[in-house]
Ligand binder design. Structure first.
Ligand code: SIN
Length: 288
């Protein structure tokens, strides 16, 4: 019989748990994967400390949870800024501020990164993201996660009723700490309308599916009303009591569910290196 000996420790009242007793370098049994999935559904963000993972180890582990996602191609005019020079594998994205010969080796550069959903601007946002720490600054660059089940529950009933059946525009403009601009012709910019409230396909629970960085407009209401409502929704989604903030250590491996969390990064010193290796699992269309 397979003995499951993983240890799950809750990290905050909002979300997040640390898993001990698993070496992600090694192939895992079905029951261990099941135990990780159960913990993930409950805690939304899982942290594994002290891992030592090659690119192949990371991809093998991620593929226990679904088909691996491809890195999204940046629009032509932004490609030199958004496509790192050291990302050979289409399944891997390097989250880094490091430049070699003046060119970024990865993506997402330096500094603060507002709350967002990974590839929320596509028809099938990534289900899952997996991030592994390789080089870290001496301070900052923490990743914060907000529990969007809790955010949904906190939306006042009248606002829930008003937004029932409504969709919102998610657009990718490659800013990190300034809201995407969707006022002009957006035909050349990746974008998609998703329901404001989605039902998580696995848990059947309702979530708030908007973020400050890339959700810019609610369809079917005036621009003024859309802006006011979105401000209220961003504020609910970013309430401190819904947030777990992860302070990275080398060897940390994090995995999160993009369908029920949003995440952000705190600022860090510009002259210090930060490098994390990311992969994803493909998503599916989301419904209210
Ligand atoms: C991301 O948004 O995928 C990266 C987050 C981070 O740099 O901490």
């Amino acid at each position: 019989m397979d003995v499951i000996d993983i240890e799950v420790t809750t990290l905050s009242a909002a979300c997040g748990a640390e898993i001990k007793g698993v070496d992600l370098k090694r192939p895992l049994s079905d029951s261990t994967v099941r135990a990780i999935k159960d913990a993930w559904a409950k805690h939304l963000v899982l942290v594994f400390r002290g891992q030592s993972l090659s690119e192949d180890d990371q991809l093998r582990f991620a593929s226990y949870f679904g088909a691996l996602g491809d890195r999204k191609k940046a629009p032509e005019q932004l490609r030199s800024r958004a496509e790192g020079t050291q990302q050979e594998n289409q399944k891997i994205l390097l989250v880094s501020n490091i430049k070699v010969d003046g060119k970024p080796i990865g993506a997402f550069g330096e500094g603060e990164f507002w709350f967002h959903i990974d590839s929320g601007y596509t028809p099938r946002p990534y289900k899952y993201t997996f991030l592994y720490a390789l080089e870290l600054p001496s301070t900052g660059g923490n990743t914060m996660f907000s529990n969007m089940y809790k955010a949904y529950e906190a939306v006042p009933a009248a606002l829930k009723a008003k937004l029932e059946g409504k969709k919102a525009l998610h657009i990718h403009e490659y800013n990190r700490a300034r809201q995407a601009n969707s006022s002009g012709d957006i035909s050349g910019i990746p974008h998609h309308f998703h329901p404001v409230f989605t039902t998580h396909p696995d848990t059947g629970r309702k979530t708030l599916f908007v973020d400050r960085l890339m959700t810019t407009r609610i369809e079917g209401v005036s621009a003024e009303e859309s802006a006011a409502v979105l401000d209220e929704l961003y504020e609910i989604g970013e309430r401190r009591e819904f947030i777990f903030e992860h302070v990275w250590r080398l060897g940390d491996f994090l995995m999160w569910d993009n369908r029920c969390t949003i995440h952000a990064r705190t600022d860090f010193p510009k002259d210090e290196r930060r490098l994390l290796r990311r992969c994803t699992v493909e998503g599916e269309p989301l419904h209210e």
